[in-house]
Write a protein that binds this ligand. Structure first.
Ligand code: FAD
Length: 335
C-alpha cells in the first residue's frame, strides 16, 4: 500500500512524499539483508529492502570461500540475490535510510528521497565500518594489497612476502594461520600492544620474524600502484607483496540510532556489535539484526546464513501475531 502526502520542504510545500506500507523493512541489502528478504518473500510477506550499495567487501575484486560462488565479483552475488528477492514480489530500493523511529506500533524508515517505509518489523543489516590504523597509503590498498583476513584472501597471497601489522592483542592469534600460508612472513607489533611473552617466544621459535614495538608509517607502492613494502618510523623499509591488517570496527548505525538498539562489546575487544539473540531479536521489540553487525567474524556465506535465519524468525513472529489478531477481530496491529 502507498500513501501520498504533502510535506514542508525548504522551498515550501513538497508534494508526493510517498509512504510505503509493508510487513518488513530491511535496512541494508547485502548478503544478510537480501537473504532475510528472500525468506520473507517466500512466506508471502511484503518486504522492502533499502540499500546504499557499500558492502564491507566492496574494495575487493573477488569474493572467496563462498561455496558455489568462490572467486566471483562481490557484486555478482548481490545481483543474483536482488533478482531472487524481486521474483517473490519483494522490493529492493537503491538508496539510503536516514532514520528509523517507532510510531504507533509500526517502524517508520525515513529515506533520503523524502519518502518513507512503514513496517511491522524492521531488520537492521547495515554491516560494519572498518577502522584502519593510521598508516599513510594503507587505505588506498585496502581490500587489494592490504588484506584483512586469512580466510577471505590468504590463499591469494600464499608463498608471497607478507607483512602483518599487529595493532591490538587479538592480532597475534592470526599469525599461525599466516605461517601456514607463507614462510616469508614478517610480523610488526605496534608499540603499546599488550603481548604475551610466551606466545611471542613460541612464534619466533617457529620461524616467524616478529618485530616488537615497530611502527609502520607508510605503505610503499610502485608506479602502477602495486604495493611493494612498508616503511617504518626508524626509516627502514621491508619489501612486501602484500600486507595483512586486522581492523577495529563499529556497527553502521547512523540511520538506526533513534531505535536505541543495545550494543555489546565483541569478545575480541575490537569494537561493539548489536546485541541480538539467536533469532536476531534485539533489545527493541520488533527490531531484528542480521549479519556482520552482530558478529564481525562472519564471512559472506555466514552473513547470508544468518540473514536467512533471522528472516525466518521474523516470518514466524509475524505469522504468530496474525493468528492472535485473527482471534481478536476487532483489534488492530497497533494495539
Ligand atoms: C576488504 C574485505 C574483503 C572481504 N572479502 C571477503 C571474501 O572474499 N569472502 C568472504 O566471505 N567475506 C569477505 N569479507 C567479509 C564480508 O565483507 C562480510 O562478511 C559481509 O560483507 C557481511 O555482510 P553483511 O550483509 O552483514 O554486511 P555488508 O555486506 O557490509 O552490507 C551492509 C549493507 O548495508 C548498506 N547500508 C548501510 N547503512 C545503510 C543505510 N543507512 N541505508 C541503506 N543501506 C545501508 C551498505 O551499503 C551495505 O550494502 C571481506 C571484508 C573486507 C573488509
Amino acid at each position: 500500500m502507498i500513501d501520498h502526502a504533502h510535506h514542508e520542504g525548504t522551498h515550501g510545500s513538497v508534494p508526493d512524499a510517498v509512504v510505503r506500507h509493508c510487513d518488513v523493512a530491511v535496512i541494508g541489502g547485502s548478503a544478510a539483508g537480501l537473504a532475510a528478504a528472500l525468506q520473507l518473500g517466500r512466506q508471502r510477506r511484503a518486504v522492502i529492502v533499502v540499500d546504499s550499495g557499500e558492502p564491507r567487501n566492496a574494495p575487493a575484486a573477488h569474493m572467496h570461500s563462498f561455496l558455489g560462488r568462490d572467486g566471483t565479483h562481490p557484486e555478482e552475488l548481490l545481483d543474483v540475490g536482488r533478482a531472487e528477492v524481486r521474483s517473490y514480489g519483494g522490493e529492493v530500493l537503491t538508496g539510503e535510510a536516514l532514520g528509523v523511529t517507532r510510531e504507533a506500533g509500526r517502524f517508520v524508515v525515513e529515506l533520503a528521497t523524502g519518502d518513507s517505509i512503514a513496517a511491522r518489523r524492521v531488520v537492521v543489516a547495515t554491516g560494519l565500518v572498518d577502522q584502519l590504523p593510521d598508516v599513510e597509503g594503507l587505505a588506498e590498498h585496502w581490500g587489494r594489497g592490504v588484506i584483512h583476513c586469512p580466510f577471505c584472501h590468504g590463499y591469494e597471497v600464499r608463498d608471497q612476502r607478507l607483512v602483518q601489522l599487529v595493532t591490538h592483542t587479538a592480532g597475534l592469534h592470526v599469525v599461525p594461520m599466516l605461517r601456514q600460508l607463507t614462510d616469508r612472513l614478517t610480523v610488526l607489533v605496534a608499540p603499546g600492544v599488550d603481548v604475551d611473552d610466551a606466545e611471542l617466544t613460541t612464534l619466533t621459535a617457529s620461524g616467524v620474524d616478529v618485530r616488537v614495538a615497530a611502527t609502520a608509517t607508510r605503505v610503499l607502492a610502485d608506479h602502477e600502484g602495486r604495493l611493494t613494502g612498508v616503511e617504518l618510523a626508524d626509516g627502514s623499509r621491508i619489501d612486501a607483496d602484500a600486507m595483512l591488517v586486522g581492523p577495529r570496527f563499529r556497527p553502521r548505525l547512523e540511520a538506526c540510532g533513534g531505535l536505541g538498539l543495545a550494543l555489546a562489546p565483541h569478545p575480541s575487544g575490537l569494537g561493539d556489535v548489536v546485541e541480538a539473540d539467536a533469532t536476531g531479536a534485539t533489545s527493541v521489540d520488533g527490531a531484528f539484526a542480521a549479519g556482520s553487525i552482530t558478529d564481525p567474524g562472519q564471512q559472506v556465506l555466514s552473513a547470508a546464513a544468518h540473514g536467512s535465519r533471522v528472516g525466518g524468525a521474523v516470518a514466524v513472529s509475524l505469522a504468530a501475531e496474525d493468528v492472535r489478531m485473527a482471534a481478536r477481530p476487532s483489534a488492530s496491529v497497533a494495539d
